[in-house]
Design a protein around this ligand. Structure first.
Ligand code: PLP
Length: 474
């Protein structure tokens, strides 16, 4: 029986453990391949402490991806564990349909105070996909109630990742991801990936930005503004390989949306709650005012599944003033406004605001400088850094930036070496993504970069030895 590492999202996991011949693996994990489905298991992580996790072989590893960009305050944080325990003992659950609860009310107010502009309302969900799904269904409801049911198309970008529910997954534009999966194609359309590293040869960054805006305008012209309901964008495309757009890209896309009454949804599932040094990054980092912001992950530092959508007061005012006051937004989850999740999120917010955000802002320059040193390695084509996250993209040939020969397992090869050396990496085809717990220290950044440097160097040696790659000059 063969055991495969699944790629991408699940790829950061530690080594796959072979099942005995004929044995089944009861636990099905995300992104299994058909050839190994139900027969593949991944090596478990046993414990965590601060920025470290320990695997079943007792290896202590720096948690390079902070779980899945989520364990922002680090593992084994007693304040969060206490908040979870105390709330479970106070009130475990209450129906969000018929009642409210104090942690959810308090958290909603706290987030409304911190969100940019008029994002004064929040609908809590169970994670990122359900947050995106909620934002999209709200857009549909909003346009139905306002008497323009044809204004529903959702525009996303290649390179984006928005989730695993049917509609949110239909927006994903990651290479190879949707090959075997159905999607709601009639409801969505995609624009080019705004990755400056992969812009056409000879095109300047400014000209690339002009092209991206023009492409959006062309799409609107072609489909008709009256048919387009929303544009959704991660401020930094995270799972696509940490793709940081050019300087004014997001502002320009926002302006196009405003001109055509298209809702701008910022998917901040990764960028909110400290990753870029702010609670929300849209305005504070990228100077854009979204109509909705989706969030999850870092809101509880991964200690409880929770997500949500911040919604503009204007949208709700328009709904309240519509001709259909009885129209019902038939949408909600059993675990919307979960009191335990909200209590954990409140304590998490306190931790972020009592030092962690400042720490991220003061450390990110150093993190960036250290990560950029990897660009000297011959296999590395690009190092992108934003706040406390980084993407290292490997290329076969730096002059053409061609990733093709190498792309299938270079990230995994690097991850394997790094795990031997004490670092968990998130491999992503020909890239490695790093987004450590935000409490990482300067020394730990040094340690992380040193290991990654060694891991990439060892991978270069392997590739040369296996005659898969020619160059090795630093
Ligand atoms: N949106 C973004 C930007 C994400 O990165 C993710 C997950 O990685 C999601 C949405 C989906 O979140 P979840 O896996 O919690 O459903």
């Amino acid at each position: 029986m063969t055991v495969s590492h699944s790629e991408g999202l699940a790829g950061a996991s530690v080594r796959a453990a072979p099942s005995e011949a004929g044995e089944i693996a009861p636990l099905v994990q995300p992104w299994p391949r058909a050839g190994g489905i139900g027969a593949t298991s991944l090596g478990p992580i046993i414990s965590g402490d601060g920025v470290y996790v320990e695997d079943a072989q007792g290896r202590r590893l720096i948690d390079g991806p902070a779980g899945m960009w989520c364990v922002n305050v680090g593992h084994r944080n007693k304040a969060l564990a206490d908040a979870l325990h105390d709330q479970a003992m106070q009130l475990t659950y209450t129906s969000p349909w018929y009642t409210s609860n104090n942690p959810a009310e308090t958290l909603a107010r706290a987030l409304a105070d911190r969100a940019p502009g008029d994002l004064k309302h929040v609908f809590f969900t169970t994670g990122g996909s359900s947050a995106v799904e909620t934002a999209l269904r709200l857009m549909q409801f909003y346009n139905n109630v306002r008497g323009r049911p044809e204004k529903k198309l959702i525009v996303s970008r290649h390179g984006g990742y928005h989730g695993s529910t049917y509609l949110s997954a239909s927006l994903n534009g990651r290479p190879r991801v949707d090959d075997w999966m159905d999607s709601a194609t009639g409801l969505t359309c995609k624009l080019s990936c705004p990755d400056p590293f992969r812009r056409p040869a000879g095109v300047s960054r400014d000209a690339f930005e002009d092209f991206l805006e023009a492409e959006f305008r062309e799409l609107i012209e072609q489909k008709g503004a009256e048919r387009i309901g929303a544009f959704i964008a991660e401020p930094v495309q995270a799972s696509g390989g940490l793709l940081v757009p050019t300087e004014h890209y997001l502002e320009r896309m926002r302006a196009v949306c405003s001109e055509h009454d298209i809702l701008f949804i910022a998917d901040e599932v990764v960028t909110a709650f400290g990753r870029l040094g702010h609670i929300f990054a849209s305005r504070d980092v990228f100077r854009v005012q979204p109509d909705m912001i989706t969030f999850a992950k870092g809101v509880t530092s991964g200690y409880f599944p929770l997500g949500g959508v911040m919604v503009s007061a204007r949208i709700f005012e328009e709904l309240r003033r519509s001709n259909h006051p009885d129209a019902m937004f038939l949408h909600g989850f059993t675990y919307s406004s979960h009191p335990i999740g909200c209590a954990v999120a409140l304590r998490n917010l306190e931790l972020l605001e009592n030092g962690i955000l400042d720490h991220v802002r003061s450390l990110s320059g150093y993190f960036q400088e250290r990560m950029k040193t990897l660009a000297f390695l011959a296999l590395v084509g690009d190092v992108r850094v934003c706040g406390l996250m980084a993407g290292v993209e490997c290329v076969a040939d730096r002059t053409s930036n061609n990733p093709l020969q190498l792309d299938l397992d270079v990230g995994k090869r690097i991850d394997r070496h790094c795990q031997e050396l004490g670092l968990l990496v998130r491999p992503l085809i020909n890239m490695c993504v790093i987004s450590p717990p935000l409490v990482i220290t300067k020394d730990q950044v040094d340690q992380l970069v040193e290991i990654l440097h060694k891991g990439i160097s060892l991978t270069m040696d392997d590739l040369v030895r296996e005659r898969l790659w020619l160059g090795r000059s630093e």
